[in-house]
Write a protein that binds this ligand. Sequence first.
Ligand code: ASP
Length: 479
Amino acid sequence: MTKRYHIPEPLTLIHPRSLKHLSFELQSLVKGQLWLKIMIGMFLGIIVGLVLGPSTGLVDQTVSYTIGEWLALPGYIFLALLQMIVVPLVFASIIRGIASGEDMEQLKLIGLRTVAYFLATTAIAILIGLTLALIINPGSYISSELVQSTMGSEITQVNEISTTTPGIADVPGMVTNILPTNPLGSLATGQMLQVVVFSVIIGLALVSISPAQSKPLLDLMGSLQEVSMTVVRWSMLLAPFAVFGLISKFTLNLGVAALMGMLVYVGTVLLGLLLLLAFYLLVVFIVSRRGPIDFMRSIRDVLLLAFSTSSSAVVMPLSIKTAEDKLGVRPSISQFVIPLGATINMNGTALYQSIAAVFLAQVFGVELGFGALLLLMVTVVGASIGTPSTPGVGIVILALILSNVGIPTAGIALIIGVDRILDMCRTSVNVTGDLVTCVIMDKWVGGKKPAMQERFEHSKRETERNVLGEDVLVNSHDA
Ligand code: ASP
């Protein structure tokens, strides 16, 4: 009689260490009250901007422009460091996240459901944004002097809105466009959607080959994560100075009157973000019976850090830790959902981009009919997915959205002055969205083993890793 051998799936044999172990540094930032330092930086930035700005007349305009640029230097360095690091961090984290799955079946289920859920909630966020912007009409509160003073002669001509929505014949071409034919090019130019697709394909291939072959690459990805988080740690030293410098530069250049003129716009975005947050809290309550206060208290540290850093990517280790330790989510779910969500699930950004687009259309008198609004919606879904999870990029990507729907991109000059604070708030909402997704997927997808057992096995492996000095464990006893 021949004996049958069961060959286990490679995925069940490899266990990379979770990104969670890099959350220590981030927690010390929270303990060191980074958020307070940021708020102080912001406050001082406004004061300095006010004193040296056009309203007091203390310094002449060219000098104040030069001062503004120098004050903003730490901010430029801070933004550049984070933008430099986001692609390797996201690339490595998605691959290792896939390798943390329990088995292929779970991975398939979670992948499909997470992406469907991301698309649905992004559409909801955009609908909230568009409805608010159309009801409140923030563009009507802007005086023409303000438009003149911020954009001067730059006001460009309003283009014809092209409402040609893609036909069914264009879909195959669009799908293939998402596949990076030149992956290094996509990595180099930060094409986030293509980076995600590339990482997912590499991750899936990696967990389909023998662990002996996949281990070296997984180890390398682990080093890449550590290196990236080290650069993040360095850049965080600059964060309060960065916020101070950037805020003073904008207050200096635009003047307080211009910033005050934007209050209705800022209020509309903040109201939209609050409504989206309320929607999340409702979903969490329905799915897990967890009350809003309890949920907010559990995620408080991540929110403060997202607010201080304006980057969903930077807070990933702490988000994973919070999902597992405070929200009771399975490690196999949180380690997959958080890196993917931090990159493609940006509902706060989508909401902001739709309000900003409608606001600028109102300022420029561009009529947005039903077709244009539909086009705007589709464009914002794609744009928010493609927005890198670093500070201040939501507004950069907004320029693409504007030109797609025929709104002059010069309008960016009007809203950039108040973008720092909006970026901080939308990043907190983006991160909340990822944590809510974890809770939902934990219920909706689950795993073969009970969550408690999964967590217990994870901490057992962590001890084993420390003893062996290994980052990726292969074929531990439970395989
Ligand atoms: N800073 C945001 C994030 O990392 C992206 C944006 O600029 O909207 O989530």
